[in-house]
Design a protein around this ligand. Structure first.
Ligand SMILES: *Cc1c(COP(=O)(O)O)cnc(C)c1O
Length: 230
């Protein structure tokens, strides 16, 4: 029995209800299923239930999972922090990266993207609410970074990703997500052709969709709770 099909369809329903409530066109928000810490069998069940895009945080774990699912044409997204010594694995194995926050990483990804693959699809991670030690470029850093990344030959810059701190209520979450959207709009006003705003997770996908998210990254509501990190 496929135990993922039901929670997956409940999440898709949440997305469509929020999309409609926000007055946005049906199917304008894509679901990225975040399968970190879950095994290949769970990914396979979600695939069989119709899900095609999966997000992973830990690069080696993701690559092991890909190797266990060679028959499935999955679109893999890297959404976790990337150290310089992991860029080659990311460039060789993923279709998308959401978590680029400095030029050095982007340059390495572009240099290491194999010629036989399409350009790596990239979002810049922006930190709109956090302290200095949180990952993500600040809103001030993001324009020069975006212009430099957009010029790299083997990357295609698509937009922004954000992971705001949990907010106390809908309005507070909405305000933070609206700031991300404003940062995206400022980049577009500079002539960058961007179409992706990756924001919203299990707890806050509704305010994210109200603020203009085009991709929500959902793990817990699909696959269940994860064990606390060791
Ligand atoms: C784990 C994770 C998610 C999914 O979070 P849930 O609360 O389980 O939906 C989304 N984005 C990133 C970057 C994550 O690390």
């Amino acid at each position: 029995m496929n135990t993922i099909a039901k929670p997956l369809s409940a999440v898709l329903n949440r997305i469509e209800v929020a999309t409609q409530a926000a007055g946005r066109p049906a199917h304008s928000v894509q679901l990225l299923a975040v399968s970190k810490t879950f095994g290949p069998q769970d990914v396979r069940e979600a695939f069989e239930a119709g899900q095609r895009a999966f997000g992973e945080n830990y690069i080696q774990e993701a690559i092991d999972k890909m190797a266990a699912l060679p028959d499935l044409p999955i679109e893999w997204h890297c959404i976790g922090p990337i150290q310089s010594n992991k860029t080659r694995l990311v460039a060789e194995h993923f279709s998308w990266v959401h978590s680029v926050d400095r030029l050095k990483i982007a340059q390495r990804l572009s240099e290491q993207r194999p010629a036989h693959l399409p350009p790596l699809q990239v979002c810049l991670q922006v930190n709109v609410d956090g302290g200095a030690n949180k990952s993500g470029a600040t809103p001030e850093e993001v324009l020069p970074l975006a212009l430099a990344v957009a010029a790299l030959p083997r990357l295609q810059l698509r937009g922004l990703m954000a992971i705001p701190e949990p907010a106390p209520d809908f309005e507070a979450a909405l305000a933070v997500f609206m700031r991300c959207r404003e940062v995206l709009n400022a980049l577009k006003a500079q002539g960058l052709a961007l179409d992706t705003l990756s924001m919203g997770m299990t707890a806050d996908l509704e305010p994210a969709i109200h603020a203009g998210a085009t991709m929500v990254r959902v793990g817990t509501a699909i696959f269940g709770g994860r064990p606390p990190k060791a």
